[in-house]
Ligand binder design. Structure first.
Ligand SMILES: Nc1nc2c(ncn2[C@@H]2O[C@H](COP(=O)(O)OP(=O)(O)OP(=O)(O)O)[C@@H](O)[C@H]2O)c(=O)[nH]1
Ligand SMILES: [Mg+2]
Length: 575
């Protein structure tokens, strides 16, 4: 990271109070925000330049106390121990007492501190207000009221930060008699949190309660998740079928074909560009017509889910069910993120309380949670030819998750801790925030995912035209043809699949497979190597040993199951 002499300002606070929203407003950057605890699992740094004053603002993972209980919280404690020119403690208007405890702990560190009282809109909705001026007076630091999502209070906050950074010598007298204990926090809470009126919007909360109780929570969850799945697949397929494929195949490709044919004589070069793996063709069709629509539809749904506050409730609801297989309800968020991309999924495990849970959930994501790119590819491969095969593939993936979770629970040492899932209020996601989140993720897909895919396709087209793919196919013959009973060309997806998960699927599209082969190809792809970037992430987050284990495990299970299914499938076909 670049070293700078800028002043350092930390944003500290309990999870889910809006630190990242404030960070984004102050820096103009876009870091991930979501309505559940543990969104920010590593610190994020951004530079602020405000009225000629420069400083580095650091968005710290949320923590309830300075006695860290997970890795994300430890980051927060470490950041504070390194010192800062100013600490901004963000208090949750909606959950003042626990925020106050953290504030008291921060004040013990004797760093220049101000507080932000955020989410006051939620507090006011409940008919409460905080006498923040009196509170400020008692503890001896400035407190600024904000509604970060609407931008209210952000300008005064900018001014206050500037003022503090310019006169850091003249620290106000923090009340040194304050003790950081829960009694003190409770006393302050009782004293300064006042009921204003009683037009408390109870409906919102009771709906929230209902969602996390088995009845009617479970039927509602089935409806909500079913609906979301339908919308994701429906919108994805619709966009692909009626918008993107006609656009590429009807307009762009004919143009490319005629242009290339006019300029480049028949031969290897022309084939590399527009032949079987022609990367002008596949390099556009695969990332942008087949996968892109699902990336958009999935992240639209996920962003709305994230900000609604539903996910932690789903976690509570599923806790009992998850416990049966050795997981906890809190694992739902990393797993769900994994259905988008394994990397944020694994990152989100940092907020889990034990190493065992981190390893288990990360391994599950690598093994049997297809990322959205791969899901899009699987749908492209299967949906049109056989819905039954598609349903079977997803059923196999669920089954594998359950079995693998049980096995890991039995074999990995350690215990799963009872997690207390913080339940945020239900919120109507703001369209602006949602749009921003979708855009961020789509941008990420284009700059990372699609680009890597295009490189890989370019590589493949060269290897194919030079006959190297065919040669490699011969080496893989025992596995691909004899064991998996797939055509020889199916060694290509196995090679490409190491680079990106959907590339283990997409080449199968052109091979005219029968339904058993489709199923086998899809299952092999599903369990196969979780893509190079994910292995690197595992090595970084845990160690090389785990990355190697996951590699061996995924390839092993993928081939083992593939071969078994090929035999069972052919037996069934015979009758
Ligand atoms: N109603 C309301 N919602 C807010 C406000 N500020 C933030 N939010 C919402 O609160 C949720 C949490 O915001 P984040 O910025 O992700 O919270 P965070 O403190 O960074 O959370 P962690 O990274 O998990 O520690 C999001 O859904 C925001 O849209 C506010 O002032 N009012
Ligand atoms: Mg955050």
């Amino acid at each position: 990271m670049q070293q700078s002499n800028n002043k350092k300002v930390l944003l500290i606070g309990p999870p889910n109070v809006g630190k990242s929203v404030i960070f984004n407003k102050l820096t103009g950057l876009n870091v991930a925000m979501a309505n559940y605890s543990g969104t920010t699992v590593d610190y994020k740094k951004g530079q602020v330049n405000y009225n000629n004053i420069n400083y580095d603002l650091i968005d710290v993972p949320g923590t309830y106390t300075l006695d860290a209980t997970n890795e994300a919280e430890q980051v927060a404690v470490d950041m504070l121990s390194e010192g800062a020119d100013l600490v901004i403690t963000v208090l949750d208007g909606n959950n003042l007492e626990s925020s106050l405890y953290l504030l008291l702990q921060v004040l013990e560190r004797n760093l220049p501190t101000i507080a932000v009282l955020n989410r006051v809109d939620l507090l006011e909705d409940k008919g409460y207000e905080v006498a923040h001026e009196k509170l400020s007076h008692e503890i001896g630091i400035d407190i600024i009221k904000t509604v970060a999502v609407s931008g209210e209070g952000i300008d005064p906050l900018k001014e206050k930060i500037k003022e503090k950074l310019l006169n850091d010598q003249t620290k106000k007298d923090i009340n040194r008699d304050m003790k950081a204990d829960w009694f003190e926090a409770e006393r302050l809470n009782l004293e300064y949190l006042n009921k204003k009126n009683s037009t408390y919007d109870r409906d919102k909360d009771t709906l929230g309660d209902k969602l996390s109780r088995p009845w009617p929570g479970i039927p509602l969850a089935i409806i909500i998740l079913g609906l979301i799945f339908g919308i994701v697949v429906g919108i994805g397929m619709g966009m692909r079928q009626y918008l993107l494929l006609p656009f590429f195949r009807g307009i762009i490709f004919p143009f490319i074909y005629s242009a290339v044919e006019a300029i480049i004589p028949p031969g290897v070069i022309r084939n590399i560009l527009i032949g079987e793996y022609g990367f002008f063709i596949k390099g556009l069709e695969w990332p942008f017509a087949l996968v892109f629509p699902y990336v958009v539809s999935f992240y639209t749904a996920l962003s709305i889910l994230e900000d609604s506050g539903y996910l932690p409730r789903l976690g509570v609801l599923l806790d009992g069910l998850f416990k049966k297989v050795g997981l906890t309800g809190g694992n739902i968020i990393p797993l769900l993120l994994g259905y988008g991309c394994a990397i944020p999924g694994i990152a989100a495990t940092r907020a889990l309380p034990t190493k065992k849970e981190r390893v288990t959930v990360s391994t599950l994501i690598c093994l049997a949670v297809p990322c959205i790119s791969q899901t899009g590819a699987l749908i492209s491969l299967l949906a049109e030819q056989s819905i039954t095969v598609m349903i079977l593939v997803f059923a196999v993936s669920f089954l594998a998750l359950i079995v693998a979770a049980i096995i890991m629970d039995k074999t990995i040492e350690g215990k799963n801790e009872l997690t207390i899932v913080e339940i945020p209020p239900l919120l109507w996601p703001g369209p602006g925030v949602i749009a921003k989140k979708i855009w961020l993720r789509v941008k990420m897909y284009i700059s990372n995912g699609a680009l890597v895919m295009i490189y890989a396709i370019a590589g493949a087209s060269i290897l194919f035209e030079l006959g190297i793919l065919e040669y490699l196919g011969q080496i893989f013959q025992p596995i691909v043809q004899n064991w998996l009973q797939l055509p020889a060309e199916a060694s290509a997806p196995l090679l490409l699949g190491i680079v990106r998960r959907e590339l283990a699927v997409l080449p199968l599209l052109e091979m005219g497979l029968n339904s058993v082969q489709l199923f086998v190809g899809a299952v092999v792809a599903l369990f196969y190597v979780p893509c190079i970037a994910v292995l690197a992430m595992l090595a970084r987050e845990f160690n090389l040993k785990l990355a190697t284990k996951v590699l061996v495990l995924t390839v092993g299970i993928s081939f083992l199951l593939g071969g078994i299914f090929a035999r069972i499938g052919n037996l069934i076909l015979m009758f």
